[in-house]
Design a protein around this ligand. Structure first.
Ligand SMILES: Nc1ncnc2c1ncn2[C@@H]1O[C@H](COP(=O)(O)OP(=O)(O)OP(=O)(O)O)[C@@H](O)[C@H]1O
Ligand SMILES: [Mg+2]
Length: 388
């Protein structure tokens, strides 16, 4: 946690071991650049691993032959002085061998660490292409594989989220249209029965009426949560206000602060902001043990930031679950940055940073499909938030 990522592959915090060896851009070192002309990280042509090991062995054998032919002789049985010379020579050769192998295999170790710490939800980190030709090729191939995996992950995440939104929409509509209508009909019937029921039964019928009314409210509430209709009808700020009201209960007080003049956000971005706020507040209510939380949407230098802050126990080192991973996925889809970090005093801060380019770009046609599917008709000319 505490890591800011964004969809263009930049990282605000280095988490990888040996991070200094990692370039920020994900574009260095593709096999196309290296195949045929393998180079080290400094751009120099590198010697192949085969040639290195061969040269090393050649040097060792040459030295051994030189010793055999040279002035040094070994008697039988070996004299102590001769044994010392032979052992010293062996020690020197072993040390040289170890150093050369260490240097030669270092890129492989770095690659191992890179593989162990690779995280597709923090994209963009790539291994520096160094070392002998075969290793440079291997690292390049690994980097290309990461490119492909990140693209595929982004596409499948977009599809999954889109399917999830569509399903929520369908369930919400069925709850509203089917169960909601049925319960409304039952409520009306109960009212008629209550009017005509004998005095002894009337209290029980009224109780049944109350229970039905409670269920109807609950179903409406679930349907609203599944599909933020208010987002479509009244806009993001009203939807966020409704969220704060919904979560203000059971000893938790949620306040909201929205800047007056906020830039216009695309439909996809609004949906992401809403879902991140919703999951953030759900986590506050479920895990934080907080009595205060706030929801802020404010202008920052390069765009807009959503902040969900609570004064609870803090997430500590708790592993990220589907909720936080889902927030990261959504943020990545619109090229925004998401950070989950400790609050200024205690508690948890969730920051969704949307840059001006992010906010206006429609990044995935899949999410587009969701949005249009969610809406009764095309929305034209969404007014600026400040005007809502
Ligand atoms: N505001 C918070 N305060 C304290 N702990 C938190 C907070 N938000 C998250 N956590 C911790 O981080 C963990 C992961 O949260 P995450 O939302 O990913 O999963 P979850 O809430 O456990 O399950 P779900 O998939 O239903 O969201 C939580 O189990 C909790 O321990
Ligand atoms: Mg959660």
């Amino acid at each position: 946690m505490g890591v800011m990522t964004d969809g263009r592959g930049r990282r605000r915090a280095e988490r990888l071991v040996g991070a200094a060896a990692w370039p920020r851009s994900g574009k260095e070192g593709t096999p196309r650049e290296h195949r045929g002309t393998p180079t080290g990280g400094d751009g120099k042509r590198s010697v192949s691993l085969f040639r290195r090991i061969f040269l090393l062995n050649a040097v060792g054998l040459t030295v051994a032959t030189a010793l055999l032919l040279g002035p040094v002789t070994v008697s039988t049985p070996v004299l102590p002085g001769e044994a010392l010379v032979v052992l010293a020579g062996l020690a020197v050769m072993l040390v040289v061998n170890a150093v050369v192998l260490w240097i030669g295999l270092a890129p492989l170790q770095r690659l191992g660490r890179a593989m162990a710490t690779a995280d597709l939800l923090h994209p963009g980190a790539r291994a520096v292409v160094t070392g002998p030709a075969e290793m440079a090729d291997l690292i390049s191939t690994y980097n290309t594989m990461l490119d492909r995996l990140e693209t595929e992950r982004a596409t499948s995440a977009a599809r999954a989220l889109s399917a999830q939104e569509r399903e929520r929409h369908r369930v919400s509509q069925e709850l509203h249209d089917e169960v909601g209508q049925t319960l409304t009909a039952v409520l009306l019937q109960l009212r008629r029965v209550a009017d005509r029921a004998p005095e002894g039964l009337r209290a029980e019928v009224r109780q049944a009426q109350e229970a039905t009314r409670g269920s109807l409210d609950e179903i409406r509430r679930i349907a609203r949560r599944l599909r933020p209709g208010v987002l479509e009808e009244l806009g993001l700020l009203s939807a966020l206000r409704a969220l704060t009201t919904e979560f203000t209960a059971h000893g938790l007080s949620v306040r909201h602060h929205f800047d007056g003049e906020l830039p216009q956000l695309s439909e996809e971005t609004e949906l992401v902001v809403y879902r991140v706020a919703q999951e953030g507040l759900t986590n506050t209510a479920r895990h934080a043990g907080a009595d205060r939380a706030e929801l802020r949407l404010h202008r920052v230098a390069d765009g807009v930031e959503l902040l969900v802050r609570d004064n609870g126990t803090g997430a500590g080192r708790a592993p990220e679950g589907a909720g936080i991973r889902g927030m990261r996925e959504r943020a990545l889809l619109i090229g925004a940055g998401l950070a989950v970090e400790p609050g200024p005093d205690r508690g948890t801060d969730i920051r969704l940073r949307i840059t001006s380019t992010t906010s206006t770009t429609s990044t995935t046609s899949v999410m587009n499909a969701t949005s249009t599917g969610d809406r009764s008709g095309p929305r034209t000319g969404t007014p600026p938030h400040g005007a809502r």
